[in-house]
Design a protein around this ligand. Structure first.
Ligand code: 0RA
Length: 352
């Protein structure tokens, strides 16, 4: 466990970097008399140093999966804005240097000052430099779209050699630059702007990742899935590494599905003989939990079932799947009985 705790020097470096507005000398002076860190402070500082020390613990791997996970982590924040009804478009761009830009038209990361351990710090800096502070400042805003690891955008910042954020909010544009999790500039107030949203540009740290090239199809598949799961959300993917020789334009796809998961089923059943053209679709909301089901029979004997919770593919199923299966079997048996389709009144079909 001792290796998981960064040295005091690492913490001091991190604090100096994490807060350029703070008097640089003070932390070092405090070190000389052996104190000055509140428990809260230590927890916060440990966070980002710990992410760089053991990245796989936060993003699953430092290989291909972890690299792509960085994109999902940022996109999740944008999807959250969409889920809250604040955004309806996300643009993801892969640049020639394998850096990534994610733009949304949400509310924009808040830029107002927060007091952290007696220091004034813009909220965006809190979101980007504090582990788990990527959540929202009040309970009504809690993160609902979870990535596989759900660690937040501050982890992406910690694992990027370049990380720049641009925010359009409160009638102005705002910018700040980071490197390896630490701000390298103050938050800059730019020109007036009526636009709303957030742009995050990051270059994954080559000293951390064993794979640094993004796979277009991997990103496309997840972004398409997110578009199916969040009906009406418009997601664009552009790959500036690949240009069409005829038009000179970058490779590009747009994912937008007004029919949500009903269109997902059509996509899955493409090329198969379906028994009914229109997928069966139902949705409901109870106790603030929204749910949806889409199904379409084809002529195959095997079934393909995908389940999701908070935009995450729940590969091991769960009560949402077992509850659905029970209800479907019961419904079909009840219908079969009432229509007199069974030879024996006691006969019932099993789930299979
Ligand atoms: C913290 C609080 C709020 C929004 C966000 C963060 C936010 C983060 C990201 C990251 C990418 N796009 C984003 N959009 C929003 C709530 C804002 C409010 O209450 O106005």
């Amino acid at each position: 466990a001792s290796t998981a705790i960064p040295t005091e020097t690492a913490l001091l470096e991190l604090e100096d970097n994490a807060n350029p507005t703070a008097a640089k000398g003070s932390a070092k002076k405090e070190k000389a008399d052996g104190g000055g860190y509140s428990a809260e402070n230590i927890t916060v500082l440990e966070g980002l140093a710990a992410v760089r020390l053991r990245p796989a613990m936060y993003i699953g791997s430092t290989g291909e999966m972890g690299l792509h996970h960085l994109v999902y982590e940022v996109v999740d924040n944008s999807v959250d804005e969409a889920l809250g009804g604040h955004a309806d478009r996300i643009d993801v761009t892969i640049h020639v240097d394998n850096s990534i830009t994610v733009v949304d038209n949400g509310r924009g990361i808040p830029v107002d000052d927060k007091i952290i351990n007696g220091e004034k710090m813009p909220a965006v800096q809190v979101v980007l430099t504090m582990l788990h502070a990527g959540g929202k400042f009040d309970a009504s805003n809690y993160k609902v779209s979870g990535g596989l690891h759900g660690v937040g955008v501050s982890c992406v910042n910690a694992l990027s050699e370049e990380f720049d954020v641009e925010i359009w909010r409160d009638d102005f544009a705002w910018e700040q630059d980071y490197s390896k999790g630490a701000p390298i500039s103050k938050l800059r107030k730019m020109g007036p702007s009526k636009r709303k949203g957030t742009k995050v540009h990051f270059l994954p740290d080559k000293s951390i990742f064993t794979v640094t090239e993004f796979n277009y199809d991997t990103l496309a598949q997840r972004l398409r899935e997110l578009a199916f799961l969040n009906k009406g959300l418009e997601i664009h993917l552009t790959d500036e590494r690949t240009t069409d020789p005829k038009t000179g334009e970058s490779k590009h796809q747009e994912f937008k599905y007004a029919g949500g998961i009903a269109e997902f089923i059509k996509h899955i059943n493409k090329g198969k003989s379906v028994l009914h053209d229109k997928p069966i679709y139902m949705e409901a909301e109870r106790d603030d939990v929204a749910m949806g089901i889409a199904l379409q029979y084809n002529d195959a004997y095997s079934e393909t079932v995908f389940t999701f919770a908070n935009n995450i593919n729940t590969v091991d199923g769960g009560t949402h799947l077992s509850g659905f299966k029970t209800a479907l079997t019961r419904t079909i048996n009840a219908a079969g009985q009432s229509l007199g389709l069974f030879k024996d009144v006691k006969e019932n079909l099993s789930g299979d």
